[in-house]
Design a protein around this ligand. Structure first.
Ligand SMILES: Nc1ncnc2c1ncn2[C@@H]1O[C@H](COP(=O)(O)OP(=O)(O)OP(=O)(O)O)[C@@H](O)[C@H]1O
Length: 626
């Protein structure tokens, strides 16, 4: 029998196929099963247009047969089969896709989603097989043919015996080498796994004989092996089902079957899009943070399917970083895949899908916030930080997208509130959205700087996470209301009578303040009369963009640049301490220095900052006691 050569250009391509196009060997099975499914689709399509043909779905299936002893793996289908010419044309010429031609000839409408298009998938079989044999009988042909090849050297075709229409692919699996183990493709368990992973949603049953253990008859503890034909794939993907047919439990089962997480998702989002790009997606908002979520090991992404066949495990382009916690999958028939199906050809469709998904997630989160506040807060406790990073990163380009999803603890409501809720509760004479920073709500509650704003009856947002103040700096304003720190120089709260009074006091005590400033010269930029303090004697505030809290955070970073906030020591002149200060200024300069240092150190402590010399500080207190 004559051995025919692969066409010249095909030889190089075949070598490429076997050695470099695919990164995972296991996908050979996905490719062969996809071909089998295409072949059944074709006969199904023909039956629709040809009255003499009857299509009974039960007669159409794919079967995987394992013969471990002889190192043989067979993939059998009851599809349309191939004539001698088709065997020559489709398998003798690499990169010639009979499926693409079929699609073009028949102008397939929706529902007949033939997968093949490049004409290379079949050759992936050579990654695991030393000999590939194809026995096929085509729908319209009398006889059957056998095509056989050992790779580069070419192939043979000869007439063969086969009663039924369809194709049988027989792989003689390679022997193990030192570097490569091929035996795994002869393990029932592994094959089942590969089928489940890539071909679970092929529309026809993929059958396989499976060994199960069952109790021996008449025995209570003796088991025997028993072989049973099982359908391995679930066939109809849940995302193609009608939403009305599905229960909450179906979705959570899918979530755990897919091992998206061990928790129970807070919400599922089922999308069936039929616009500029068609796709189905099922997305989940998890309840709990994956253990590695806030580490660089965490990989975001959604599973990507093309027509029910898994293409990518984690397609990161589908999710923006700020929604990286979302789990789930996308299936589209409109994707341009590259030759290995491992990457996407160009990403126009993908960009469209990811934009749709992004907006959908945002809207669903807003709906959750509105309809189930408790659940949203649970979610926010886990992933709020990621949303804040989203506002802060990329130079704030996503702030409009995310600002309505943010929440902060409120001094008035004593719980998390959104920025919109804050705005709705603002008093008529309130100019700004006030915030205070600190380690915890309890500590912020006691901050002297909050006194005036609280007394005015204005709400304060408590910022306890490092990123918080940076987020507000990026946002700058919300619905035209600017953010203002309670420590800012000008709080925008006017009290003319008090201002005049303070001016007089300032002029009267000018020298005293100048003296204090000299004593603390390297520590503070200025010493001033406080407009905001009511019951506390002192506090620290800042001038300029860098707040004291930001100074703390920036200096704790590895690339510490020793950034300093311009600190202002504010004195409450209505406090008795000020009388003592004045008294010492007039009578006892040594005491005045002592008081000044003590007040400054107290202000540092209140702010949660370290005092430069704790020993000196305690000695100073002792001096007061003796
Ligand atoms: N089991 C089969 N039954 C009938 N025809 C088949 C079968 N397997 C392959 N073919 C034919 O051989 C052609 C080449 O297959 P191959 O897998 O190389 O490419 P493809 O499926 O067209 O494209 P892709 O590279 O995207 O998989 C197919 O288009 C199809 O016409």
């Amino acid at each position: 029998m004559e051995t025919k050569q692969f066409r010249a250009e095909s030889k190089r391509l075949l070598d490429l196929m076997i050695n470099s196009i695919y990164t995972h060997r296991e996908i050979f099975l996905r490719e062969l099963i996809s071909n089998a499914s295409d072949a059944i689709d074709k006969i199904y399509y023909r039956a629709l247009t040809d009255d003499t043909l009857e299509f009974d779905k039960d007669d159409y299936y794919i079967k995987v047969i394992l013969d471990e002893k002889n190192r043989v793996l067979k993939i059998i289908d009851t599809g349309i089969g191939m004539t001698k010419e088709e065997l020559e044309d489709n398998l003798g010429t690499i990169a010639k896709s009979g499926s693409l031609a079929f699609k073009k000839e028949n102008e397939l409408k929706d529902g007949y989603d033939i997968i093949g298009q490049f004409g290379v998938g079949f050759y992936s079989a050579f990654m695991v097989a030393e000999t590939v044999t194809v026995i096929s009988k085509a729908l319209d042909s009398e006889g059957a043919y056998k095509w056989e090849s050992q790779g580069i050297d070419g192939y043979t075709i000869e007439p063969w015996e086969k009663d039924t229409i369809g194709t049988e692919i027989i792989l003689k699996i390679k022997e193990n080498t030192e570097d490569e183990k091929y035996d795994e493709y002869l393990e029932e368990y592994r094959l089942k796994d590969i089928i489940k992973k890539y071909s679970d949603f092929i529309r026809y049953p993929i059958k396989m004989n499976v060994t199960i253990k069952k109790l021996k008859e008449g025995s209570e503890n003796e088991y025997e092996d028993y072989v049973e034909e099982q359908t391995i794939n679930s066939m109809v993907p849940i995302w193609r089902k009608n939403k009305n047919e599905l229960t909450e439990e179906d979705y959570s089962n899918f979530y755990s079957e897919k091992r998206y997480g061990f928790d129970k998702p807070v919400k599922h989002i089922h999308i069936s899009a039929d616009g500029a790009v068609r796709y189905n997606a099922i997305l989940f908002i998890p309840e709990r943070i994956p253990f590695d979520y806030y580490t660089k090991e965490y990989e975001k992404g959604l599973e990507l399917y093309s027509n029910g066949v898994l293409i990518m495990n984690k397609c990161s382009d589908l999710l923006p970083d700020y929604f990286s916690f979302v789990k789930g999958m996308v299936d589209s028939e409109d994707l341009s895949l590259n030759i290995s199906r491992e990457m996407l050809q160009h990403d126009r469709q993908l960009k469209l899908i990811s934009k749709n998904i992004k907006n959908k997630i945002k809207n669903e989160l807003l709906a959750l916030l509105k309809d189930d506040r408790d659940k949203y807060e649970e979610f926010y406790k886990s992933f709020g930080r990621q949303l804040k990073y989203g506002v802060y990163s990329d130079f704030g380009s996503n702030k409009d997208m995310l600002q309505d999803l943010l929440m902060f603890y409120s001094s008035k409501a004593k719980k998390l509130v959104t920025l919109n809720e804050y705005i709705s509760g603002m008093a008529d004479d309130q100019k700004y959205i006030y915030y205070a920073t600190g380690e915890s709500n309890e500590r912020i509650e006691k901050l002297p700087q909050t006194e005036l704003v609280t007394e005015k009856g204005f709400e304060i947002l408590y910022l306890t996470e490092e990123i918080d103040e940076f987020v507000l700096k990026v946002l700058m304003a919300y619905k035209e209301k600017e953010f203002k720190s309670v420590s800012a120089g000008d709080l925008g709260i006017e009290d003319q009578e008090n201002e005049n009074n303070l001016d007089t006091e300032h002029t009267a005590n000018k020298e005293l303040f100048e003296r204090m400033k000299t004593i603390l010269s390297d520590k503070v930029k200025d010493v001033r009369i406080s407009k905001r303090l009511k019951s506390h004697p002192v506090c620290l505030t800042n001038d300029g963009e860098i707040s004291i809290e930001m100074e703390k955070i920036l200096n704790a970073m590895p690339n510490n640049q020793n950034i300093k906030a311009d600190k202002i020591l504010e004195i409450n002149i209505n406090h008795n301490v000020f009388e003592a200060l004045k008294d010492s200024y007039e009578k006892d300069q040594e005491k005045f220095v002592l008081f000044t240092n003590l007040l400054y150190n107290q202000a540092l402590l209140i702010e949660g900052l370290q005092i430069n010399d704790p020993v000196e500080f305690t000695n100073d207190i002792c001096k007061l006691m003796i």
